[in-house]
Design a protein. Structure first.
Length: 322
């Protein structure tokens, strides 16, 4: 019975990660990448010469004789070493290929790593919703509406009354005793969350007093900012269409102890989103020479749009004179 090692592919110790063809007599020039799963047991690693005889003996070129047990141990050690080399080579191939088989850049950077996600940009959203940093529109995301910002107005980052606000850029020292600064025109938008009233008309008629007091009576800490309100006259109390909803507005002309007084308006209408909770938009315009023109209140009311309104881009681009 022949003890020759049969022809086949065996790990090439000289080239990690490669197998070389043994033709049964000698090593050939044919090679291939090592299979992903290394053989648990197989012929010893190829040498530059014939493979180790399969009978377990090993040729010695010198030294003392170690007996047959020593030769067998060396054969097993060589086989284990070959398997370790093969396993390391397979691991190295997987690491160089990014773990998922995708080429990854090595030290020379010859193969760039593919990008798996697009970089975020500031492009508009597909539904046409306006960007909140657009200087021409005030976006009330909570209530699903936008308000056009007139020329010469701004939307401040911080306000004492923590509600969505836009106001005139120009300010002046309030004529009262507060020592604070006032603005010629202010518009705020808020959710009517502290009341059980569900009628826009009823809420507008109730809210107008709070709107007037906040603008011309006292500030949040009790200082009289215009010398207090001395009298008022109702100018408007009517139903109005706002952002496709039926709302109601009440407008007063107020006289103050100091300064020219002004105009205040409470506009109430259902939200365009969710459960259609009532929204309150308050306007306060000074009546003096520096105050905005009264028709601007009507223009702002007509310019209120649902977010994503395709016909108006939600108010973006609207230009309203002061």
């Amino acid at each position: 019975m022949s003890n020759a090692t049969p022809p086949g592919w065996y790990p090439d110790a000289a080239i990690p990660g490669t197998e070389r063809w043994w033709d049964g007599t000698a090593w050939t020039a044919h090679t291939r990448p090592t299979a992903p799963a290394p053989q648990q047991f197989g012929p010893p690693a190829p040498q530059f010469g014939p493979p180790t005889p399969p009978d377990g003996t090993i040729a010695r070129t010198g030294g003392a004789s170690g007996g047959s047990g020593s030769g067998t141990t060396r054969v097993v050690a060589l086989a284990v070493a070959a398997l370790v080399v093969v396993g390391a080579a397979v691991t190295g191939v997987l690491l160089l290929r990014g773990g998922d088989g995708t080429p990854e850049a090595g030290p020379s950077g010859s193969a760039p790593k593919p990008t798996t996600a697009a970089t975020a940009t500031d492009t508009p959203s597909p539904d046409g919703s306006p960007a909140e940093d657009d200087p021409k529109v005030l976006v009330d995301q909570l209530n699903g509406i936008t308000l056009p910002i007139p020329d010469g107005w701004e939307k401040p980052e911080r306000t004492v009354d923590k509600v969505l606000t836009m106001r005139t850029v120009d300010s002046y020292r309030c004529p009262g005793d507060s020592g604070r600064y006032c603005y010629h025109g202010t518009v705020t938008s808020r959710t009517a969350s502290t009341t059980d009233i569900t009628s826009a008309e009823e809420l507008a008629k109730q809210d107008i007093t709070a709107a007037a007091d906040g603008a011309y009576e006292k500030d949040l800490i009790g200082n009289r900012i215009h010398g207090g309100i001395t009298s008022h006259e109702e100018l408007v109390s009517e139903s109005v269409s706002v952002a496709g909803r039926t709302g109601y507005r009440v407008r007063w002309r107020v006289e103050t102890g100091k300064g020219p007084g002004g105009y205040v308006q409470s506009l109430v209408f259902p939200s365009t989103v969710g459960s259609e909770t009532l929204v309150i938009v308050r306007c306060a315009f000074d009546a003096g020479p520096g105050g905005p023109s009264l028709p601007l209140m009507d223009t702002i009311t007509k310019g209120i749009r649902p977010i994503g309104d395709s016909t108006t881009s939600g108010g973006v681009g609207s230009s309203i004179g002061p």
